[in-house]
Design a protein around this ligand. Structure first.
Ligand code: GLN
Length: 340
């Protein structure tokens, strides 16, 4: 494995700044306006209660690393966080065990297959591959500190609440609906146990995972959780350090490679930022050193990513200058630094 944490070498950081406040504010509203009419995609229905979501809901929020908030549409409507929880549980586990151990146990590479693929596990000798698909997320949740499932759950709930800066609660209806129908996740956990990839009771791991997916958040919450990852691990509103800056960097790299499942490459190509989607229609995007973006719109593409959320974020990435791969030619008069 490549090793980037070279001992004794300080990591220097270069990110940039957002445009001025009024411009960000008006572009968030413009992005919402531009994408409101889109009806593409379909609401998830494999978890019965999610099928009843109002497909018209559409909220957008940007939280800057100084805590400033920009909203448009239904940014305060709550929904279950679903797979977006995977990003934060991964960060908490990295904080506990460190960069190398988690990379080894759970992995960081894309499967190229659906988020709930069983085949991906079989094709990789039982390795869960990455923490953003269900197999890797179950393996990650199993690593949460705590000697009982209840202690692990409390650590998940308080950890995600620290990212959000408020106490997040479980949506009992979503939890019950998923717990009654998640036979596939139970099978995945059993398979991981058979390969020695989890050493806790697999069905108890599934239960903690199902609760974590049922936590209620809004687009505003997602944006602040993302801003905490953008801000080197410090929640910009509460001032609490939740995880280290190194853990944020690692988490964002994993999101860039895997956050939108088998469409992660297309996402990175179009938007150029780490992101994470969930099947209830939430979408979290992080612009390192600048801001977190939270979007909510329940209609999904075939991989399970919010369609309007992706479009609204694509627009913001472009107009706010967030794409981490974009550059411009150096001004000709400046010349190479050594010649000045
Ligand atoms: N709780 C959902 C599941 O395990 C989360 C999946 C998702 O958001 N893609 O199927």
């Amino acid at each position: 494995m490549l090793e980037s944490n070279v001992e004794g070498v300080e990591q220097s950081v270069s990110t940039g700044t957002l445009p001025e406040w009024e411009r960000v504010d008006s572009l968030v509203v413009a992005s919402h306006e531009r994408n409101r009419a889109c009806r593409d995609g379909a609401v998830a229905d494999y978890i019965p209660v999610l099928a009843r979501a109002d497909p018209e809901l559409f909220g957008l929020c940007v939280v800057e690393v100084d805590g400033g908030v920009h909203v448009a549409g239904q940014a305060d409507v709550e929904f279950s966080i679903q797979s977006i929880s995977k990003a934060f549980v991964y960060a908490l586990v990295c904080e506990e065990y460190g960069h190398a151990a988690v990379a080894d146990l759970v992995g960081v590479n894309n499967t190229g297959l659906a988020f709930n693929s069983v085949m991906a596990i079989e094709l990789n000798d039982g390795h869960p591959m990455n923490p953003m698909v269900n197999a890797g997320a179950l393996a990650t949740t199993a690593l949460m500190p705590g000697s009982t499932p209840d202690e692990q759950w409390k650590a998940v709930q308080s950890g995600l609440s620290a990212f959000a800066g408020r106490a997040l609660e479980v949506d009992e209806e979503v939890y019950q609906s998923e717990a009654a129908t998640n036979t596939r996740n139970r099978a995945i956990a059993g398979l991981l146990e058979s390969y020695g990839r989890i050493d806790r009771h697999p069905q108890q791991v599934v239960d903690v995972y199902t609760r974590q997916c049922s936590l209620r958040v809004s687009a505003r919450d997602l944006a602040l959780m993302g801003a905490t990852l953008a801000d080197g691990g410090v929640n910009p509103v509460t001032g609490q350090r939740v995880v280290s800056a190194d853990v944020c960097r690692d988490t964002l790299a994993v999101l860039a490679a895997n956050g939108l499942y088998e469409r992660s490459g297309e996402w990175l190509f179009e938007i150029g930022l780490p992101g994470k989607s969930g099947v209830s229609g939430g979408l979290l995007t992080v612009s390192p050193g600048k801001a977190g973006i939270g979007a909510f719109s329940p209609r999904l593409d075939r991989a399970g990513n919010s369609v309007r959320g992706q479009q609204a974020t694509a627009y913001l990435s472009r107009v706010l200058g967030l794409n981490i791969f974009a550059s411009q030619a150096c001004a000709p008069q400046a010349g190479p630094a050594g010649a000045r």
